[in-house]
Design a protein around this ligand. Structure first.
Ligand code: BTN
Length: 255
């Protein structure tokens, strides 16, 4: 029985037993002559080379998580892609909160439960003349992983929905709920712009009002996270009245 309630996201679905990475598969399909339509969803039971942000790898044990990539084709210029990343984190977080899982968003798009990461989002785009041709949203959720699925180091900073909620979670209905929420927010974004999404993100984030240290390509920046700017960047107040927008990077200290 399908629990898919979306109008267009996830109707074209490709499920694989094992893939190196669902991201790679989405780009492969898009590169073919027929290309990829908006809404195409790639799902893998396990990934042998799951990719995280900043060149990291992503643990994807078989049957225990949601390892998916969703193809989106928003007609926006490249500078707006950080907005999309935040939108996806908001959708995932709202669904978890409705399940009474106390997830919050660590900038830019990690989902944390009591300070431990339970999901991550990797948005990759291809563009032509500064316009986004294809955005592939990779979503990785530790759904039913047990403590012993993580190695010693990552168990300190990672968790799963099952560990947090103390119950097995149905992956199919979780995925359908996320796709539905994502479509609602995506339509809102296409109609009303980023402003409503930005407010939702700010309300769900555990990063705002914290002193943060961010590793960027040009060095370390420390300051107070005070908000999100209209392009989706984190605004960091480095000294009174001095603000720097950060479009991507890695938060080193508090969530
Ligand atoms: C991060 O937090 O660093 C992002 C993790 C993204 C993982 C997902 S799992 C599905 C998709 N395919 C990948 O290879 N990565 C993303």
């Amino acid at each position: 029985a399908s629990m898919l309630r979306t109008k267009r996201l996830g109707h074209e679905l490709k499920v694989y037993e094992s893939l190196p990475s669902t991201q790679q598969k989405a780009f492969e399909i898009a590169a073919k002559e027929e290309g990829a339509q908006e809404g195409l969803l790639i799902v893998a039971e396990t990934q042998t080379a799951g990719k995280g942000r900043m060149g990291r790898s992503w643990l994807s044990p078989s049957g225990k998580g949601l390892w998916v990539s969703l193809v989106l084709k928003p007609s926006v210029t490249l500078q707006f892609t950080p907005q999309l990343t935040l939108l996806i984190a908001v959708a995932v977080c709202r669904v978890m909160n409705r399940m009474e899982i106390p997830a919050s968003i660590k900038w830019p798009n990690d989902l944390l439960i009591h300070g431990k990461k339970c999901a991550g989002i990797l948005l990759e785009t291809s563009a032509e003349d500064e316009r986004v041709k294809l955005a592939v949203a990779g979503i990785g959720i530790n759904v039913n992983l047990d403590t012993d699925d993580f190695d010693e180091a990552s168990v300190q900073r990672s968790t799963s929905l099952k560990i947090a909620a103390g119950r097995h979670i149905d992956r199919e209905s979780l995925l359908c709920d996320i796709l539905y929420e994502l479509e609602q927010l995506y339509d809102l974004y296409l109609q009303k712009g980023f402003e409503p999404i930005k407010s939702l993100w700010e309300a769900l984030s555990s990063t705002l009002q914290q002193t943060v240290t961010v590793e960027t390509l040009s060095g370390k920046i420390t300051g107070k996270a005070v908000g999100i700017n209209p392009w989706g960047a984190l605004i960091v107040e480095t000294s009174p009245g001095e603000c720097t927008p950060l479009y991507s990077g890695d938060l080193k200290s508090p969530f």
